[in-house]
Design a protein around this ligand. Sequence first.
Ligand code: F6P
Length: 529
Amino acid sequence: MTDPTKLKAWQNLQSHQAQMARSSLKELFAADPARFDKLSLLLPGMLVDFSKHAATPETLHLLAQLAKETGVEALRDAMLAGERINTTENRPVLHTALRAPKDAEILVDGKNVVPDVHKVLEAMGAFATAVRSGAWKGHSGKEITDIINIGIGGSYLGPQMVTAALSHAHHKRLTAHFAANVEASDLERILARVNPETALFIIASKTFTTAETMQNAHIARQWLLAHYKGDEKAVARHFVAASTNTDGVKTFGIAPDNMFPFWDWVGGRYSVWSAIGLSVMLMTGPENFAEFLAGAHDMDRHFAAAPLEANAPVVLALLGLWYRNFFNHPAYAVIPYHACLGRLPAFLQQLDMESNGKGVTRTGERATTPTGPMIFGEPGTDAQHSFFQWLHQGTDVVPLDFIAAATTPYGNAGQQAMLLANIFAQSEALMTGKDNAAEPHRNFTGNRPTTTILLDSLTPRSLGALIALYEHKVFVQGAIWGINSFDQWGVELGKVLAKTLEGELKSGTPGEHDGSTLGLMKYATSRKK
Ligand code: F6P
């Protein structure tokens, strides 16, 4: 693996950084009145403004040079062509195939995968239409009113985030619930609110072995059977699965007809476009789901073809890397100014941190540069009243992404103006700061960079494009760092230890552990309910 820090482009960027660090964002705007036009991109349904960054067109050019020298374009093309770029799992990475049009051809081992993708989409569509119309009945003949998605990680965060984002399009009779946590109240509180005769459970799990999901799925099944006095036939009317594991689904007792499959070339955090998105389709309908896929496909085409310096995911990736590696900013924040996008930061945490939280390169060497940053976020304007103090006056600089919709079906014009005023005020304040030598506690250093992504409106299509924008951004950064963004071995060790400890806690006989672990086990098991 080429060490990116040894490349000419990297060294040029180091010298350029020393020069850029001498000018403030305010000075950059003063020096170039056309800066906004040069450093923003108009895509279908959205504007991406990256002019409030410590960058000029020359910076972008030098960064794009780094992308070229590290082979980003070749790896992108290999991914889109279905090559096995997930080397540690020997798999292609083809979430883009999930949103490819019917007539596309994407080959895996010589077989076009697109017809299978559309076959599953059609099956999901037929099922969703039946549930939504009321033609699909529960075991006692009643229409479904509650969809309960049981899944975790990518089998939860994507469906939950997208379902909430598209609230305005929800079917009036249906309510969606999401149970992920193994902590019992997560599922129990949902079960307490729904009627077994009108509940539909989606067991969403790529592997169908994930401990939390399997535990919750079995509890839900027992709950249903308890209501129907053990009549196993009820399971077929109230349980469906989205998975790649046909045998696991069968063993659990879900009929093959009620299973919506997908493929090992879909990573968990990239799976909302697959059968894992069934809850989204049930809540918003097949047409909206198709629009969601189409929006992502628009972004895929842009990513595949636009020149690097005018390629939105590439530019966002390069700017992120600019701060991470050349300014040493270890974190960035995502602030959606839309209550419906409240779970976007959590979704992006998995997407980015599970993808690029790696310290070893694709060829097994230690990475020579810091890799994926820490990400956090909450919706604005709420967040303005919590951690924004730290963003404005804290000693660390945290680049931010602001995301908003210019128009909304909610509220009135006055409310929307107030919202937009807040977003624009925050990025302006973060950039310009305020000198106040007399009262240092009221001094704002400013010069804090932000990107603003302004959607025309939050629709299935623009949401699809927005998520794909971030997916490709993460890909580009991983490609430059030379890491595999598509595995997640870092979550394995904890899973294995938990299995051992679970056995010991259940039997009451602790094994060999450090003093702290033993002390915690002893204290916990000595407490009375
Ligand atoms: O533990 C991490 C992880 O493997 C994620 O990558 C994945 O999204 C999640 O668990 C759930 O996995 P599954 O869909 O197989 O239940």
